[in-house]
Design a protein around this ligand. Structure first.
Ligand code: THU
Length: 293
């Protein structure tokens, strides 16, 4: 599997990692490996596939894989009672390509309309983590516009109107309701603004605490799996967090994917704080020797 073909992110080891998780309900989810320059914040292919399946409120049932050495394969199969289906590398790649094409088509035909969200008494109608078209937030698909927005962001001008911030607020509050946090009962929601749309993410927890993933990172997994490759900004909210702020692992991952973009944190009292990612992790570890920035 090549780096670009399925949008995995493995610049350090160049080792592919891919699986497909099929749910009891019959949907398929791409599991791609996402490496971090810091070993422990790397996301394994299976973890990425399973969290997407759970985020979409579906039950993982089957795992298709080609490499029996995938991280924690036995553990996941046992703990979630999955059916393991080993297939050839070629078969897996073909399935993954088809799945990504299907996801892209769904993106193009997405009709989610958050028209109600200017009324503060209504909810956004957001009941799933499926990607939200840029237009819903008054953002444009044209890359030229996005580039100029990115430039403006870098000059630290406010780039969103009050109405847009209200839209992001309401969408964040609704996204949090989709969190899977039986261990902590601490729901977190994120919205990742990319070239392909705005990707929601929620925290997903497992009985083994160390295998859970934060909302910021599940949003990134979803975006990369759909083929997004430019990350303009991220919005985060923790319903019960007096002061919403990303954990160290998320700061590391965000700094690797969107160092010069902005993070908008919505607090419990619905006030915002905004930061450049590079200010949240000063002197972050990176080197041109290892990877591209
Ligand atoms: N959490 C996030 O989702 N994002 C963060 O940046 C901080 C923490 C989640 C992880 C876990 O499910 C819960 O909040 C408590 O740590």
């Amino acid at each position: 599997m090549s780096n670009s073909s399925h949008h995995s992110y493995q610049p350090y080891s160049n080792k592919p990692g891919l699986c497909i998780i099929e749910s009891k309900e019959g949907s398929s989810f791409l599991g791609i490996r996402i490496e971090s320059a810091s070993f422990p914040t790397s996301i394994s292919a299976i973890q990425a596939g399973i969290v997407q399946c759970l985020m979409y409120d579906q039950q993982p049932a089957v795992i298709f894989y080609d490499d029996p050495k995938l991280s924690n394969l036995e553990y996941w199969i046992k703990s979630l009672s999955l059916k393991g289906e080993q297939v050839s590398e070629q078969e897996l790649n073909e399935k993954a390509t088809k799945l990504q094409e299907y996801n892209q088509q769904k993106l193009d035909s997405s009709t989610l309309n958050l028209s109600q969200i200017s009324n503060p008494n209504q909810t956004t109608g957001l009941t799933s983590v499926k990607p939200i078209p840029l237009e819903v937030f008054g953002l444009s698909k044209h890359s030229k516009d996005l580039q100029s927005i990115e430039e403006k962001t870098n000059k630290s001008h406010p780039i969103f109107s009050k109405i847009q911030m209200e839209q992001f607020k309401q969408a964040l509050v609704d996204v949090c309701k989709l969190a899977i946090c039986p261990e902590s009962n601490f729901p977190v929601g994120a919205l990742l603004w990319t070239n392909l749309g705005v990707f929601p993410g929620v925290n997903v927890e497992f009985h083994d605490w160390s295998l859970g993933l934060c909302a910021e990172r599940t949003a990134l997994i979803s975006a990369l799996s759909h083929g997004a490759d430019t990350f303009f900004g991220i919005f985060v909210h923790a319903i019960y967090g007096d002061f919403s702020t990303p954990c160290g692992a998320c700061r590391q991952i965000l700094s690797e994917h969107m160092l010069f973009s902005k993070l908008y944190c919505l607090h419990k009292d619905y006030t915002w704080s905004e930061y450049f990612i590079h200010d949240l992790l000063p002197n972050a570890f990176h080197t041109d020797f290892l990877a591209k920035y």
